[in-house]
Structures are given as C-alpha cells and as structure tokens.
Design a protein around this ligand. Structure first.
Ligand SMILES: Nc1ncnc2c1ncn2[C@@H]1O[C@H](COP(=O)(O)OP(=O)(O)O)[C@@H](O)[C@H]1O
Ligand SMILES: [Mg+2]
Length: 209
C-alpha cells in the first residue's frame, strides 16, 4: 500500500489555514483519497491540554514555551500523524514545524539550529511532503480573526509583531522551495482553494498515481 502524503498549512492568524485545510480534505475525499485534518498545537488529548495550558498561562520563559509546543508535537507525530500516513491516509495539519520556527524561534531569537535539532528528534523522517504558506498582510489577517470571534493572546499581539512573523514565513518559503508553496491568502476563498489544489496536484498527485 502507498504511504499517505503529509501536507501542512502555515501562515498568520486569519490567513485561511483552517478553512483551506477542510476544503482540501473534502476534495481529496471526492477522489477517494482518505484524508485526516488535524491541528497544532493540539491533535491529541495531551496536545489539546498543552494548547489550553499555553493559551491560559503564557510561559514567561521562551524555552518553556518552545518545549511545550515540541512536546505536543512529539505526541501528535507518534500517535496520530505517523500511524495515519502508514495506513495510507493523507494528513493535513493546520500549522506544524514552521509555526514553531517562526512563533517561538524568530520571535524570541532562539537558535534555529536548536529548533532543527528538536525537529530531528520529534518529526524526522516525517517532514511534510508539501507546505502551503498562506500569505496575507498582518492587518488583514488580524481583522479576519477578529471578525471570526475572540482573539487569542497570539492574535492580539501588536501589528508589527504580526508583520515580523509574516516575514518569517516568507523566509521559510524562500529557503525551502522544494517543500513550500507560497499562496496569496488575500485572494477570494475560491481562488485560494484553486491555488492550493494546483500545488497539491503538481507536487503530490502525479507521483501518488
Ligand atoms: N480568502 C478569503 N477571503 C475572505 N475571507 C476569508 C478567506 N479565507 C478565510 N476567510 C475568513 O477569514 C476568517 C479566518 O479564516 P481561517 O480559515 O479561520 O484562518 P486561520 O485558520 O488561518 O486563522 C474566517 O472567518 C474565514 O471564513
Ligand atoms: Mg485556524
């Protein structure tokens, strides 16, 4: 049996990640490709507890925050993502390693090599086959997130911070062009969906046949 493909959505708040993850799973389903949508932090009982903990009591130490996210991810990879891929299910994760590189790494100035090392222990060899980075001006993203409902403590950060985070995702897209496809998240929903589908078809469907 063919192993499933692993796709991640990344980008700032309100960029459309959750919406597009769901739509992509529906499209794959119509092609009889089993797909599982999951999210980070979260995706497992332990991960959801870590998510609630981080959102409730923000750790004061950046390394504490980093390790909590990484701990949740380790659990997510071993108990959800890897078993699903092994049984041929495609996995779509709403945020993954790039969010950690940007939100914990760049924002706090933590060493990229330390973060890569943690990825090697928790994610390797199951790095995403394809990462869709939805790009949107920070002001537009925050406005969308506000309209959607309550802002989390991450959403409520200053606009400059969101712009810096956006730059972080753009840098990753440039650094890893094999894995990452940058998509303009300011386009209408259906255009973003089309761009997502084109990327998935070009990168993954041809070889899955
Ligand atoms: N391309 C788009 N154009 C307009 N509104 C959008 C678009 N994509 C998402 N939205 C809306 O913006 C809000 C945030 O989308 P969501 O998918 O939850 O973003 P994220 O998961 O990246 O934070 C939702 O209300 C959603 O319906
Ligand atoms: Mg979301």
């Amino acid at each position: 049996m063919q192993r499933g493909k692993f796709i991640t959505f990344e980008g700032g708040e309100g960029a459309g990640k959750s919406t597009q993850a769901k739509r992509l799973a529906e499209r794959l389903g119509r092609l009889n490709i089993p797909a599982l949508v999951t999210r980070e932090p979260g995706g497992t009982p332990v991960g959801e507890d870590v998510r609630a903990l981080i959102l409730k009591d923000r750790p004061t130490d950046p390394v504490t925050e980093l390790l909590l996210f990484v701990a949740a991810r380790a659990e997510h990879v071993t108990s959800v993502i890897r078993p699903a891929l092994d049984e041929g299910t495609w996995v779509i994760s709403d945020r993954f390693i790039d969010s950690t590189r940007v939100y914990q790494g760049k924002r706090y100035g933590l060493e990229p090599e330390f973060i890569r090392q943690l990825e090697r222990y928790t994610v390797a060899p199951d790095y995403p086959d394809l990462t869709l980075i939805l790009d949107l001006p920070a002001s537009a993203g925050v406005e969308r997130a506000r309209q959607r409902g309550a802002l989390s403590r991450y959403d409520a950060e200053r606009l400059e911070t969101h712009e810096r985070l956006r730059e972080g995702f753009l840098e990753i897209a440039t650094e890893e062009p094999e894995r990452c496809v940058l998509i303009d998240g300011s386009l209408p929903l259906s255009s973003v969906e089309t761009a997502v589908w084109q990327a998935v078809s070009a990168h993954l469907l041809a070889e899955a046949k």
